[in-house]
Structures are given as C-alpha cells and as structure tokens.
Design a protein around this ligand. Sequence first.
Ligand SMILES: [Fe+2]
Length: 288
Amino acid sequence: MKFSRRKFLRYSLAAGGIVVGTGFYVRQIEPHWVAYEQQSLSIPNLPDELVGKKLVQFSDLHIGRRVSDKYLENQFEYVNSLKPEFVVYTGDFIDQGNLGHHDKLKNLAPQFARGTLGTAGVLGNHDYQRHTTNIDIALKVANTLNDAGIQILFNETQTIAGITFAGLEDFWSPRFQVGASRNVIQSLPPCSVVLSHNPDTADLPIWNGYQSWVLCGHTHGGQCRAPGFRPPFLPVRNKNYVSGIYQLPDGFQMYINRGLGHKMKVRFCARPEVTVFTLSKLGSRVAK
Ligand SMILES: [Fe+2]
C-alpha cells in the first residue's frame, strides 16, 4: 500500500498528537490525580467501639523540590475534614535526606493530617538520604515529626485507643536488624497494625505467627507501567510486591500504598494514593 504525502502528514500529526498528549498526561495530570482507595481492615480482637472507625494511610510524600507543597496541603486538608480516628504515615517524608528538604518538612509538618485518636509513622529510605546512610538527617526528620504530634516509631510500639501500632526501621537503613524487628513483632498483642516502609520485610523470618496487617509504601506502584504489565522498575527484591493487598503465607496480610508524591514527576497507570481503611473485627487469634 502506498501512502500519499497527505496521508503521511495526517498519520504523522496523529502520532505526534498522541505522543504529546501522553507526555502531558504522564507529567501534568496523573502525578496529581489522587485516588482515595477505600479498603477494609479486619483486625483481630478489635475493641467493639472501634468497629467502623477510619484509619487513613499516607506514604511517600517526597517533600522537596519535585512535589508541590500546595498539592500535599490539599490532601491533608481533605483528610482532616474526614476526621479519621487514626492516621499513619509509612515513610519517605522527604525526597532526599538533606537539610533543605528537612526545612520544607518543618514548614509543612504543622499542616499534616492527624487522627482524632492518634497518629503514628515510620521513616523510609529517602528520609536517611538517597543512599540511606545519613542517620543525623533521619533523626532530625523524626524529631520534627514527633514535635508536630506524629509519633515516629523506630522498632517501637505505641498503643492508641486499644490498637498497638508497631513501626519497623527502614529495611535499607543501616539501623535495620532482623533480630530487633522480630522482637517487636513478638511483643505484639493480637490487636495490632505494623508499619514498615519497605514491603520486602514481609519475606523476613520475623513474623512469628502474626495474624493482623502490615502497611507499607516504597514501591510507588512502579510509578509508570503499561496496562496489564508489571512495572519495569520496582525497588524491591520481591518483584510481586507492587501495590494493594497481599495475603502472606505466614497468615498475615500486607497493604502496599502507591504513595502520594513522586521521585521524578511522572506517573502512568499508578495514580497517587491515599488509603482510607474502615476497621472491622477479625476472629480472635489462636494462641500458639
Ligand atoms: Fe518513596
């Protein structure tokens, strides 16, 4: 089949339009098109008075040069208007562990969304620095958040209104230790929620019959993926861990939030996410 010059121009223009339109969507639309995912969170031994209450998860804010403060403020304002009982943050508050990004966090922290009963969080690899070694910056980030009423948990637990929240150290941080993580999990009562930035922790020998949930982030859902295909880049050992709910062989469940911010400002088929969980009661855990 022979193309006339006119046909060739028409097809070229159409192809160019698709490329420009896709580029605009990937850079200007999807990175700020937040999906408020509604999920159920069934927790063993949940106190009756917490059934039906809300827990909101934020992850991977990446405060810094590439994510608009206004965009984040709008999501915090909206979530605060929902008056959730619990809010949790699963790491990567800042984009790079440097003082400029920490200063931005300091300005924004008072506006963060908070739970009416309590708020907790863990740090992610970017809170240390790109290569996850800067403990001084990580501690500054944690102090700033603690001062703003967001309790950062370093292999620690905090019980809020009957739910024990446990926060694991970031898997890539120099402070991560399998033994310390196992000790935290071992100490948990049935009515617990674990916060762990990196979902690879689900595959470690630390869970000891844990039966509730671990909430994670880190993957950004791959940020860009072709529909129906696994994302080409995932910063995890276990490439099955992309986003959403996972039932683990040990008997616990994991939720991976796609994150609200971004590293590079591009997203495709991986919309930014805020997760709104409704709490329900799972049957009591059988003692081992
Ligand atoms: Fe991240």
